[in-house]
Design a protein around this ligand. Sequence first.
Ligand SMILES: [Zn+2]
Length: 533
Amino acid sequence: MFRLVACAGVGVALATSCGSSGGVMIARSNATDVVDTTPDGSSPDTSAPDTSAPDNSSPDTATPDTSSPDTAAPDTSSPDTGPPTTDGLPTQMNLPGTDIPLDGPYPFDPNKPPQPFDGLMVATVHDLEAFWAEQMPAVFGKDYVPLAGGVFPAYPERTDYPPNGCITQYSDVEANGFYCPDGDYITWDDVGYALDGYTDHGSGAITGLMSHEWGHAIQQRTGVFDIVPEVSTPVVELQADCYSGAWFAHIARGESTLLSFTDADIRSGLLDTALSADPVGSSPTDEEAHGAGFDRVGAFQDGFNLGVTQCAGYPEHNPPITEFPFDSTYDGDQDPGNAPYDSLVLGDDTTMGDIPTDLNTYWTQTLPDSFTPLTITSFNGEPPACDGLTADSIKQTLAVYCASTGDVLVNDSAARTAVDRVGDFAAGYFLAAAWAEAAQISVDSKLSGVKRVLYDDCFVGVWAKSLPTDDTGPDDRLLEISPGDLDEAIATAILLADDSADVGLNGDAYQKVDAFRHGALGGISGCNTYFSS
Ligand SMILES: [Zn+2]
């Protein structure tokens, strides 16, 4: 959640603005997802990743730099450059249904209560097997060995638990899913975790879970667990996400005979990665737990773009881990039901809350010669006129910038719903996107269409990067950003994305997240690099 700077100093009772961990939309388990038990049931040994802090000394570790304004000029001069697209992906999801025997290399318990995702799960397992049978020799020079313990859907009535390792009853895996190195199997809560995830955000809950956990099985085979804690827990988790992304890309390229993905499926996988369980051993109040979704989506995209070889290098070349310093007042235990929407968006006089005020401060400092401060107007029902846009099109947005009046129209009920669903940084995102559009106009941007929208997403990241992370920031900055805000930003970007590549209005989830991350990690120069590549 955002923190208002005033919170730390004078204890203003804005509950959620003073340090909650940031609300992801779907509460997922914080328990371990690689579980290791010794035969006598004692505590995990050295093969289990620990929770030691990531190594920040590496030059590869990116930490948002809030020490000075990013004054690099935005380069929006060329309309012909843009980020990679996912055009041409398969557009049909091929659910195998009952075409695949349940008693293949990984037999499912025939007594398992049927679930709507069973066919997808079976196809995913079979395809992961085929994928790694090919990748393992190619990348690691060794044969792939199938999972000795196979896969193990758990449900309350099940009694035939694996003889070696990790679980002896349903409650051991309830509300979770993980890889068990000792038994070399993957288990998940079939009636809770998997079903809830599938119901809440689609196919990615199944494909994301299995491809991530299969990544841990690959780590077991490639000796990564043997070099923990030299390889930190976050890196272990990010490598599994990277492997997951590499597998998603293989599906997206149409290489599977069992599965094909639409953009909606990739969006679902990204959302699952952004919102799924925190790193091993973390808790909601564990500092390491925060910012995880932002980094995990980055690792997923790294694997999607560059493949298994890229992921294999993670232990040696630490992936970027975004860490935010913590204020000592943080307790992670605030009431999340009291989001200060009005103070953040509208302000006491309902004309200018802290977010728009801060956005005006940032952009007038960044573009002093061209940017004019904006105003906001909140509407319910019929919107005010705006640059000739139809009322219906305005009502489909959360916020829209009207160049003719210098005003940002905020769709009040839709905006409040988004904040309730995602968290308060949803408001930061859609307002910052409107301000970003004004910034593009002020520098005479020639970008159009999806590229222009994606540049706005990048500028949202630029603004997020500029926000102080504690109360030692400049006096004229009204807000602090907390680590959970980045996860909320990722979730908002995904939710604002087009459902399908053929819509081509707002950019797909992959593009929007990628654009936001480039701005958040690299500032304006990061956006320029991204759009010129
Ligand atoms: Zn994991």
